[in-house]
Write a protein that binds this ligand. Structure first.
Ligand SMILES: *[C@@H]1O[C@H](CO)[C@@H](O)[C@H](O)[C@H]1NC(C)=O
Ligand SMILES: *[C@@H]1O[C@H](CO)[C@@H](O)[C@H](O)[C@H]1NC(C)=O
Ligand SMILES: *[C@@H]1O[C@H](CO)[C@@H](O)[C@H](O)[C@H]1NC(C)=O
Ligand SMILES: *[C@@H]1O[C@H](CO)[C@@H](O)[C@H](O)[C@H]1NC(C)=O
Ligand SMILES: *[C@@H]1O[C@H](CO)[C@@H](O)[C@H](O)[C@H]1NC(C)=O
Length: 280
């Protein structure tokens, strides 16, 4: 069973965030902490959690190439597992910044939680009292969509479907320790579709595929942009370039980049709606 919350973020709040945040600050998207299992303040769990978050944050700063996991504690009640994943196109500095912000933020947004996850545009950070490394996890999940409708939904869905299938397959296979893929596609002669799929690199090809299949099925329909996030994978599409194509090309040059010059990254302001699914 899922509980639903729909939160509209107004144009105003987007400008507000933009004006009152520094350029480098990561863009917070969502966090989830079920709030059913809490740890005792000043317990061994809390101290282990601090160690875990510091270790992940150091790994990010040391250039862990966008992903790292950590384990702290010896025995079951006080043992913790954690990992972070940075978006495939962000550099070490941005990744490190994001994880460092998440390290502080997650403790404030999820006080005394034994299990938590936080998402930013640039990274995802999570920890748990159960093993999470190489475990595919599809909950909690949330999605966001651009409020603007698509003009030719039938054609759009066909192009989107083909492109998403393509990047899901490429990202699942992954190379150089990253399971990420992007693709551009022609929607109309004037509009291009930009897509990104990413899976945590600790998962098997089949697990990433399963995660992506569910994400594709859950992506918003009829909208100009959409994103779906789970702890194990995420997918996004927009009618504007939202990822760094040069960074992606340097990572795994896909054939399409041979004849399409990379578009500059643009930050589009607009109305977004969050649709959030949390397991109860
Ligand atoms: C989470 O738990 C704390 C402490 O029990 C409580 O004060 C808070 O309201 C809870 N939050 C939610 C969202 O249930
Ligand atoms: C990450 O998880 C794997 C599998 O459990 C483990 O072998 C490895 O030591 C972990 N790395 C860290 C830094 O904890
Ligand atoms: C988008 O389409 C839906 C359903 O067709 C409609 O209810 C809604 O008003 C449209 N929104 C915009 C911004 O045009
Ligand atoms: C998109 O259209 C342009 C111009 O018509 C063409 O050169 C390019 O190869 C097309 N891209 C894809 C991915 O089909
Ligand atoms: C995109 O990536 C390239 C190559 O890594 C980098 O030089 C450039 O600064 C990046 N651009 C942005 C806007 O982050």
């Amino acid at each position: 069973m899922n509980s639903w919350f729909t939160i509209s973020l107004s144009l105003f709040s987007f400008f507000f965030i933009k004006i009152f945040s520094t350029e480098a600050a990561p863009t917070y998207l969502f966090h989830a902490c079920p709030n059913t299992t809490l740890f005792t303040p000043n317990s061994a769990y809390q101290s282990n959690l601090n160690t875990l978050l510091s270790s992940l944050s150091s790994a990010a700063a040391d250039g862990a190439d966008g992903f790292a996991n950590a384990t702290v504690g010896q025995n079951s009640p006080d043992q913790l597992y954690g990992l972070f994943l940075c978006r495939g196109d962000v550099n070490t500095a941005t990744c490190s910044d994001c994880v460092a912000t998440g390290k502080q933020d997650i403790l404030q947004r999820c006080p005394n939680q034994r299990v938590s996850v936080i998402w930013y545009d640039e990274c995802m950070l999570r920890y748990s009292d159960g093993s999470i490394y190489s475990v595919m996890e599809q909950v909690p999940s949330f999605k966001m969509y651009h409020t603007r409708n698509i003009t030719n939904p039938t054609h759009f869905m066909r192009v989107l479907g083909e492109t998403m299938d393509d990047i899901a397959a490429r990202a699942s296979v992954g190379k150089s320790g990253k399971k990420v893929a992007v693709a551009e596609a022609n929607f109309t002669s004037l509009q291009k579709l930009y897509t990104l799929a990413q899976c945590t690199p600790d998962l098997m090809v089949s697990e990433c595929n399963t995660c992506f299949r569910a994400a594709i099925a859950g992506l918003p329909r009829g909208k100009q942009g959409g994103r779906l996030f789970t702890p194990s994978c995420s997918m996004r599409f927009e009618l504007y370039p939202f990822y760094n194509a040069s960074a992606m090309a340097a990572l795994v040059p896909p054939p399409s980049y041979l004849h399409s010059p990379s578009a500059p990254v643009t930050r589009r302001k607009g109305m977004f709606v969050f649709v959030i699914f949390l397991p109860l």
